[in-house]
Design a protein around this ligand. Structure first.
Ligand code: F6P
Length: 383
């Protein structure tokens, strides 16, 4: 695939959806067709569509009027890995694969997987597709790196509300998720104040606390619990009681879903054994509400924002970033760049080798400027 001139490309969206995916699909398709006269194929439901040969040609009209629309017109899947695909998948469609290359396999599914990546490459060849644009997070990029290693012309585009993709300073979707979470926190503020309650608001982010940190600071929340800074329950209780004694009779605690007590474990909601990342976190807000109430006697309520953070129209920032990323992906491809992830680094669009990204995540550094600023204005991190 490497030596041919690029005439036809395919684009896919993998992993959990997020606002801005359609903006990238639009930028990729319009740049590829308008500027370079390429044919563009859209692969349905992420890698699942590639495995099952479900794809169609995308026209200019298909991608008109989608810039502001959340989700993805192509569909997505966050449980499919073409390098570890369940043996039973043909019989039980939509059930899917296991750990990304390099990740620890789930013991109960190890040995039940097969590598269907060659079949995917044959499918691309059968449609005359010369290159693949993979829009996704770390799971999608791990497989993209695998395809690049096998000679496929791949360019990755970094997506996720979690903002945890290694190699880029920001992913599109994050700004919208922060905006959604901040709006919710602002609303929770008034009801917390009226009822003199401790409100524990759980936000997404997996193993990184970027959403909790940014939405927490933006909303002026009182205590932020990040996976990167294990909390101490006694410190949280002292903090909310202290506020109460000073006449601040309510507190807002923002808990990242991956927040954990010092020496404790993250709260797991469920395990999906065939997924590239089998763990689904969730429930920390419930745990904290019960414990804080028991220790302080204060009235506590939990709110789990959940998938609302992945929905809705992208913010102007995300629309612009997604457009820049999509455009850059095609420009790089046509310049002969291969096996790279488009990134935003120090304010500039550039790229990094996909193999460097695979298997890593970008956590919040403990000495991050925003943590310092939050501490300076009296925000607690539960330590
Ligand atoms: O990676 C995006 C994300 O929304 C995480 O923040 C969250 O932990 C996970 O996906 C939820 O996955 P699912 O859609 O499978 O419940």
């Amino acid at each position: 695939m490497r030596k041919r001139t690029i005439k036809s490309i395919a684009v896919m969206t993998g992993g959990g959806d997020c606002p801005g995916l359609n903006a990238v699909i639009r930028a990729v398709t319009k740049t590829a067709t308008n500027k370079f006269g390429l044919e563009v194929w859209g692969i349905e439901d992420g890698y699942l569509g590639l495995i099952e040969d479900r794809m169609h040609v995308l026209t200019y009209n298909d991608v008109s009027n989608i810039l502001t629309v959340g989700g993805t017109i192509l569909g997505s899947s966050n449980v499919v890995n073409p390098f570890k695909y369940p043996l039973t998948a043909g019989k039980t469609p939509r059930l899917a694969p296991g750990p990304v290359p390099g990740a620890k396999p789930c013991p109960q599914v190890a040995g039940l997987m097969r590598d269907v990546s060659d079949k995917c490459i044959e499918t691309l060849h059968s449609h005359g597709i010369d290159a693949l644009i993979c829009i996704g997070g770390d799971g999608t990029m791990a497989s993209a790196a695998g395809f690049a290693k096998k000679g496929v012309n791949v360019i990755g585009v970094p997506k996720t509300i979690d903002n945890d993709l290694y190699g880029t300073d920001i992913t599109f979707g994050f700004d919208t998720a922060v905006t959604t979470a901040t709006e919710a926190l602002d609303k929770i503020h008034t009801t917390a104040s009226s009822h003199h309650r401790v409100m524990i608001v759980e936000v997404m982010g997996r193993y990184a606390g970027w959403i909790a940190l940014h939405a927490g600071v933006a909303s002026g929340s009182d205590c932020l619990l990040l996976p990167e800074i294990p909390y101490r329950l006694d410190k949280i209780c002292d903090f909310v009681l202290g506020r109460s004694k000073r006449g601040r009779r309510f507190s807002i605690i923002v808990a990242a879903e991956g927040a954990k007590e010092k020496g404790g474990e993250m709260v797991v909601a469920k395990k999906l054994p065939f997924s590239p990342d089998p763990i689904r976190l969730g429930g920390v807000a419930n745990v904290l509400a019960a414990k804080i109430n028991e220790r302080t006697g204060l009235d506590c309520r939990e709110v789990v924002l959940g998938h609302v953070q992945r929905g809705g129209t992208p913010t102007p920032f995300d629309r612009v970033l997604a457009t820049k990323f999509g455009h850059a992906a095609i420009e790089l491809l046509m310049k002969g760049v291969r096996g790279q992830l488009v990134v935003l680094k120090d304010g500039k669009i550039s790229s990094i080798r996909l193999s460097k990204v695979a298997g890593r995540i970008r956590a919040v550094p403990k000495n991050h400027r925003l943590i310092k600023a939050a501490l300076a204005v009296g925000t607690s991190f539960g330590v």
